[in-house]
Design a protein around this ligand. Structure first.
Ligand code: NDP
Length: 259
């Protein structure tokens, strides 16, 4: 799975999304993250088909929403996702949220879907360690990915360690904290020292923690800016200063209370 992807939540629908996907592919992104919930899988599929990059070089993720839990519904929903995307296969299919419905039955359906060859890998999103342990007790198949909120203001170190120990790739969503902390003094100081933007520093922080990150932007110049993170390196001291910013501040939903 590529280390960097384009997220398209709240990117809207229509030609602008197709164009954002095309810009991302031209820029060198090879991962696009969508979901049933985002309402733009058709645009993502179109962008991927039009993007001029061979399909096998592009990694497409979509997700199972809360109203599709349970074995039969999960299987039907996956076919609907594939039709919306207009793609023969999906690279990664995630359970979007642990809270709704029969998540173990749903996971078993995803295992069957993966076995049928139309989905290359399966995983989860917003799963805590408790949710992952429950899954491990119920199934021998380990999720390939856990996609969760991660940025310097929410450094979920214990969850990352757990996933890394169990061979689960962690993917950071909202990796620039929805642009809510771009003026934070430590981030700005480190960005200035490297002649980079605050967003680039936050994304580089994700990479250096071994995470895959999926920043969202609809603007071509920001899509390019967010990809320009492979030619500089944060020092150990800078990483520690960024780690220390974590205060548990979430910009998205909190799954910790989900039974
Ligand atoms: P991000 O941290 O990616 O922030 C996106 C926001 O930052 C947008 O408002 C964007 O504006 C702005 N932005 C992007 N780049 C820059 C930049 N270089 N400088 C200044 N502002 C910038 O948050 P998201 O919550 O969107 O997360 C990213 C992706 O993660 C989502 O699109 C989705 O794919 C996934 N996600 C998954 C969730 C899950 O439950 N599994 C939950 C939430 C997100 P603009 O577009 O106008 O440039």
């Amino acid at each position: 799975m590529p280390a960097l992807g384009l997220g398209v939540w709240q990117a809207g629908t229509g030609p602008r999304v197709v164009q954002a996907v095309a810009t991302a592919l031209e820029t060198g992104y090879r991962l696009i993250d969508t979901a049933k919930l985002y309402g733009n899988e058709a645009e993502v599929g179109e962008g991927v088909r039009r993007g001029g990059v061979p399909r096998e070089e592009v990694f497409v993720t979509t997700k199972l929403w809360n109203d599709d839990h349970g074995r039969a519904k999960a299987k039907r929903a996956f076919e609907a996702r594939r039709r919306r995307l207009g793609l023969d296969y999906v690279d990664l299919y995630l359970i979007h949220w642990p809270g709704a419905g029969e998540r173990i039955e749903t996971w078993k359906a995803l295992v069957e879907i993966a076995g049928e060859g139309k989905c290359r890998s399966i995983g989860v999103s917003n799963f805590t360690i408790d949710h992952l342990e429950e899954l491990a007790r119920a199934s021998d198949v380990v999720p390939a990915v856990n996609q969760v909120e991660l940025h310097p203001f929410l450094f979920q170190r214990e969850l990352i360690d757990y996933c890394q120990r169990h061979g689960i790739q962690v993917q950071a969503y909202s990796p620039i904290a929805r642009a809510s902390h771009l003026d934070e003094p430590t981030v700005v100081a480190i960005a200035t020292a490297h002649r980079r933007s605050a967003a680039q520093v936050m994304l580089r922080w994700s990479l250096q923690h071994g995470l895959s990150a999926i920043p969202k932007s609809i603007h071509p110049e920001r899509i390019r800016e967010n990809a320009s993170i492979f030619d500089f390196e944060l020092s150990t001291a800078e990483m520690a200063r960024l780690d220390a910013l974590s205060s548990g501040a979430r910009v998205a939903w909190d799954p910790t209370g989900v039974p």
